[in-house]
Write a protein that binds this ligand. Structure first.
Ligand SMILES: [Zn+2]
Ligand SMILES: [Zn+2]
Ligand SMILES: [Zn+2]
Length: 419
């Protein structure tokens, strides 16, 4: 409190008596000597009940100056401080964080706080609750505690509930949204070391840690902390209660977002008209899942993907358990924990004459297309020769195209990669 009043006195002293008198009028206080006015204002500021009135009692400039010391319940930052300036708004939960704490993550085009990132980072596990909100793992060791109740334990050990308590950690550096543990660190619960992280252990760096099965955890209050060395980056660590979803549930959850046909056609036209993108008036587009090489069923792209090609949502979900739930787009490798269905591509697939023989489409710059079907071996060979004669006729010179083997060994098909 003393520090608060000293700092506030310092700030208020910079303002004229005229400004302070106006504030006194707003708070209906008769004091008129500068010192008395400052004392009254400090008293007014320290009452949390007055907080909702701050914005019309005080001039904006003064409020900005006071932001360094005034608690703000909308600030929820990994540093645990509830005051300060130079803040950034999370676009999902509307809470504010210090730009200095969020490092390069604050520069993301669509900025979200670490809590929101941790919620989204693995669509396979639905975050129900934060037992420990994300907090900064920096140079200082900070101890945090959470209550592991009997009923929570029962949930964890029940076969039906699919509840897990997990440690999750992200680096305060782009890209965020994925599990990342420090290079050299040790994690403790109740004075017991439960995990050591080494530079080389790639697998454990990528995984969340299931806490329910760890013997160090006990009913009641549990204390956690992490030591970190030889790693200058900062991290945010959290303990979450999650429900593990079935693949059908994940599919339902992830198939809610889509773009309609007209928007998709706009996107296609933009790709053709952009000078740096496609340089011909039509391109051959593969409609096969990059994993199974079968025709796509639910065509999706990641939220951040900028390519025309789609991948199959169901296969993408099925494959995650073999890919450490990394949710990386199989085409451009960007994070794709949020995807959208392309309704135009869905219509193309649903409307095609013979889905079993469909290979892809020749997509034109106005968004229209021709279906491409498996040809018989002779034609296929002939086509290959044609392409060899004029290798640049259809394909760009640079590495925009990647060849992947088709299911028939003598043939190749094309998928398009944007960087
Ligand atoms: Zn902060
Ligand atoms: Zn948020
Ligand atoms: Zn992509």
């Amino acid at each position: 409190m003393e520090a608060f009043s000293n700092q506030t006195t310092q700030i208020l002293s910079n303002y004229t008596s005229y400004t302070l008198k106006k504030i006194m009028k707003n708070i209906r206080n008769p004091a008129s000597k500068k010192q008395d006015m400052i004392r009254s204002i400090i008293f007014y500021l320290s009452n949390p009940e007055n907080e909702p009135n701050f914005s019309y009692v005080f001039p904006k400039e003064l409020l900005n100056d006071l932001a360094i010391i005034l608690p703000d319940k909308n600030i929820k930052c990994i540093c645990d401080k509830t005051s300060g300036n130079n803040l950034i708004f999370c676009r999902t939960c509307n809470k504010k964080q210090h730009i200095s704490c969020m490092g390069s993550l604050s520069m993301l085009k669509f900025y979200e706080c670490t809590s929101c990132m941790i919620i989204k980072m693995n669509p396979a596990d639905e975050v129900l609750d934060f037992l420990v909100s994300p907090y900064m793992i920096g140079q200082q060791i900070i101890r945090k505690s959470f209550n592991y109740t009997e009923s929570l334990k029962n949930e964890v050990f029940s076969n039906k509930s699919n509840i897990e308590i997990q440690f999750r950690c992200i680096k305060i550096q782009k890209p965020g949204y994925c599990m990342s543990w420090p290079n050299k660190a040790e994690l403790y619960i109740n004075n017991m070391s439960i995990r050591k992280f080494k530079q080389s252990s790639f697998i454990s760096k990528k995984n969340d840690i299931d806490l329910g099965l760890i013997t160090a955890i006990k009913i009641g209050i549990n204390e956690i902390w992490m030591t970190k060395d030889s790693d200058n980056d900062d991290y945010a660590l959290a303990v979450v209660k999650v429900r593990k979803l079935t693949n059908e549930e994940i599919l339902q959850k992830m198939s809610k977002v889509f773009i309609l046909k007209d928007k998709s056609i706009e996107f296609i036209k933009a790709k053709f008209s952009d000078d740096n993108e496609i340089k011909s008036c039509s391109i051959r587009l593969n409609l096969k899942c990059p994993y199974t090489l079968r025709i796509i069923n639910i065509p999706v792209r990641g939220k951040d993907c900028s390519h025309l090609s789609c991948f199959d949502l169901k296969i993408f979900i099925d494959i995650q358990k073999y890919e450490n739930y990394s949710w990386k787009c199989p085409i451009c490798k960007k994070l794709a924990y949020e995807v959208y269905i392309d309704k135009y591509f869905e219509e193309i697939l649903n409307g095609c004459k013979n889905i079993d023989k469909l290979e892809g489409i020749q997509l034109k710059d106005d968004g229209s297309y021709d279906e491409i079907y498996f040809e018989d071996e002779d034609n296929s060979l002939k086509r290959k020769c044609d392409e060899n004669e004029h290798p640049n006729k259809k394909l760009k010179k640079d590495s925009e195209y990647v060849f992947i083997k088709d299911s028939q060994p003598s043939r190749q098909c094309v998928i398009i990669i944007d960087d």
